[in-house]
Design a protein around this ligand. Structure first.
Ligand SMILES: Nc1ncnc2c1ncn2[C@@H]1O[C@H](COP(=O)(O)OP(=O)(O)OP(=O)(O)O)[C@@H](O)[C@H]1O
Length: 257
């Protein structure tokens, strides 16, 4: 693989908070078209790495490449313009708007149309049609006219995913998409994420190992700010140092097992 085969790359990436390295000299590659998960025990640095890759945080050292180009100085919005989009945090779901309106608004956003001009939708049938298609795809038809704020929690997360995907990102980054969800919603969102992964690159930070095993072709295990292991679910889950990290038996010296 040459550099451009990687949708995102981190080289020597570090982030320090007052002398403490949450992420330390991480080299990471996200292969184009793959579904890749970052796992690790609490405090391992997963969210910090995610925030660095999505430009929510600036690195203390190191570089980030997108499609082989150095994007280290770029802001999150510039990454979004390049098709690198994070959910769920930045996906704007407006609780006072209906599901349909939220989707229409999300579809209008790239066109730079202000949300108080939502009435324009009626003159843009292609937007209404696309919103309908998204509602079908995401199982939201029965909630079309419900206010987003009144949706059951799991459906709200589905709507967030739908609004994010309406941007047609090439690279989608999800931070703990299953957090706070019950089993039925987890099953539904796992299926939606799998479908969303077709034709795009997907990175997720996720604690739910069943979901990781089901979705991710490649898994990076972080411990204490560093990468401990990388490979398929079978590969990483059979390593004793990975198991030890999860049961809290790892010392700093075990980090490169
Ligand atoms: N803004 C910050 N200021 C100080 N320390 C921070 C900050 N953000 C993260 N840290 C520290 O960096 C370490 C890694 O945190 P991070 O949230 O990246 O881990 P994580 O693997 O995502 O953990 P979890 O699974 O619990 O969410 C932790 O020790 C955390 O306390």
């Amino acid at each position: 693989m040459n550099n451009a085969d990687y949708a995102l790359e981190a080289k020597g990436l570090s982030r320090e908070f007052g002398g403490f390295f949450a992420v330390r000299s991480v080299d990471f590659r996200l292969a184009r078209g793959s579904i890749h998960a970052v796992i690790g025990p609490n405090g391992a640095g997963k969210t910090t790495l995610f925030n660095l890759l999505t430009k929510y945080l600036a690195p203390s050292a190191g570089a980030i490449l997108h499609d082989g180009e150095d994007v280290t100085p770029l802001a999150m919005a510039q990454m979004a313009q390049r098709g690198v989009v994070r959910s769920f945090q930045i996906s704007a779901v407006f609780s006072g708007l209906s599901v349909r309106q939220n989707l229409e608004l999300a579809l209008l956003r790239p066109a730079g149309i202000a949300w108080n001009l939502l009435g324009l939708v009626s003159r843009r049938p292609e937007v209404a049609e696309r919103a309908n298609a998204l509602m079908h795809q995401f199982g939201l038809v029965e909630y079309a006219d419900a206010l987003a704020g009144n949706l059951p929690y799991g459906r709200k997360r589905v709507l967030e995913l739908a609004t994010t995907l309406s941007l047609e990102p090439k690279v989608l980054l999800l931070d703990e998409p299953m957090a706070g969800l019950g089993r039925e919603d987890i099953g539904r969102i796992t299926d939606l994420i799998r479908a969303a992964g077709k034709g795009r690159t997907l990175l997720l930070v996720e604690h739910n190992m069943k979901v990781v095993a089901e979705l991710a072709e490649r898994i990076t295990v972080m411990v204490r700010g560093e990468i401990l292991a990388e490979g398929s679910y079978q590969e990483v889950s059979s390593r004793s140092d990975v198991m030890a990290a999860y049961t809290g038996q790892t010392g700093a010296g075990a980090a490169h097992g």
